[in-house]
Unconditional design. Structure first.
Length: 440
């Protein structure tokens, strides 16, 4: 999905709003594929990718000015926090008062596609931006339902990695990052003492909860949805995955109880302050730098798997993370919108933007730049290519994030209070989550 900045709860507005919406947006209520009534302006909703919104504006504004100089089209920029982005998009799909072009978390692609509000990226539209084959296949796999034209175009790609604090590892006598979960727990118990903890978590962040238990679910043979798109939250594998994650706080005691309330990147702050030795994160270098850490103070390794060798199936260790770029179907500047997407996904701009944000370009040619060979990005690239899987591309994916993400949040709260988290209590929370899905 999206880069995990401060992606707070997405449950305030359910996706049922979007699913009942007609194709609308971009400030126009006409159907079809937009018009060119306002050919000299564009409104762009960018997601908050940098350490803060001002940093995003500083990175993006020179590039948007470059686009204006090239095309004569002025781009009005609004950078939106992750805690607000989905709700704003859903409101735009029903009201028609939205931008022309916008960033979306890639896990929302199929959900927003089902609303009918986004421009389909058929062969004709892909040809206008240089062709579909320019993009990495795994990134395109998170751009919409597999049996339909994509609802968006990949913009920034990411995956999860294990970041570790070298100083804290050295103090604990640990000479290398763990490759298996057993090793992580064993190392974690050596570290978790004297007010210091092994692993950071964002237990109150629904999206991050989903990202972690989805990968663990794959390792336990669970997908959370059946092949025909029905919720399947209570399988033995799904229950085992959620319990394994929460047990790191409750049973193994390697995650601080206070992390049950984290939802705004506090675990990264703890990492930078030598309070937490490891975090599971997407492209964290920019944030560490903003918090005063030098590159040689931390290391990066693949997220553990039981076999120690990441791959596909039960060796999956990450969801396919990233940001996609979409166009509201009835924009008032369809030609300009397509030109803008072409510009932002051009080889040159991909190199500039992904270097700035520490992400991996989803454009194949841009990945060849030596800047993307540094150790952190090599791990992320390898994960995306070999051991990441897309979150379910189903219409109710965002409801899944809300329902199961809340179940994990509730279980973390229980563990933080010192109450035992049993297999039965995990299953009870997931039964409740599945019932919520069936009622929507």
């Amino acid at each position: 999905m999206r880069r995990f900045r401060a992606a707070a709860s997405v449950g305030a507005v359910t996706l049922s709003l979007a699913l009942t919406a007609t194709a609308c947006g971009g400030g126009s209520t006409t159907g079809g594929e937009g018009s060119n009534d306002s050919p000299k302006t564009l409104t762009y909703w960018a997601s908050n990718q940098g350490p803060n919104i001002e940093a995003d504006k500083k990175i993006l504004r020179p590039e948007l000015d470059k686009f204006e100089k090239k095309t004569g089209i002025k781009v009005k920029l609004e950078v939106i926090p992750w805690s607000e982005l989905l709700n704003k998009i859903l409101t735009a799909t029903t009201s028609g008062q939205g931008p022309d072009v916008l960033n979306i978390g890639n896990t929302w692609s199929a959900s927003l596609q089902a609303s009918g509000a986004l421009l389909p990226w058929d062969e004709k539209n892909f040809d206008k931006i240089g062709g579909k084959d320019r993009f990495v296949e795994s990134a395109l796999g998170s751009a919409g339902a597999p049996d339909k034209d994509p609802a968006a175009v990949p913009l920034y790609s990411m995956a999860y990695a294990l970041y570790y604090n070298k100083k804290m590892f050295k103090e604990a006598g640990i000479d290398k990052p763990p490759a298996t979960w057993d090793e992580l727990v064993e190392d974690g118990k050596k570290i978790s003492k004297g007010g210091k903890w092994a692993l950071g978590a964002e237990g109150a962040n629904l999206s991050n909860n989903i990202h972690q238990v989805f990968a663990l679910g794959k390792q336990h043979g669970a997908d959370f949805f059946t092949e025909d798109g029905k919720a399947d939250f209570t399988s033995d594998g799904a229950v085992a995955a959620v319990k394994q994650y929460v047990d790191m706080m409750g049973k193994d005691k390697i995650i601080a109880p206070g992390n049950a309330e984290y939802a705004q990147n506090q675990s990264l702050s703890d990492f930078a302050k030598d309070k937490t030795a490891m975090v599971l994160w997407q492209a964290a270098a920019t944030t560490f730098k903003s918090q005063g850490m030098s590159d040689d103070e931390w290391g990066v390794a693949p997220v553990p798997v039981d076999s120690g060798a990441p791959g596909q199936g039960k060796a999956t260790n990450s969801m396919v993370a990233g940001i996609n770029m979409a166009v509201f179907k009835n924009t008032k500047n369809i030609d300009g919108s397509l030109k803008f997407v072409k510009f932002m996904t051009s080889d040159a701009e991909q190199k500039i933007l992904c270097k700035s944000y520490g992400s991996v370009p989803p454009v194949k040619a841009a990945q060849e730049d030596p800047a993307f060979d540094r150790p952190e990005l090599k791990v992320l690239r390898d994960t995306l290519a070999k051991s990441a899987a897309p979150l379910p591309q189903v219409a109710n994916e965002s409801q899944f994030e809300t329902a199961v993400g809340t179940a994990v949040k509730n279980l973390f709260a229980k563990a933080a209070d010192g109450r035992e988290v049993t297999t039965a209590s995990v299953k009870a929370e997931l039964v409740k989550a599945q019932q919520q899905m069936s009622q929507q």
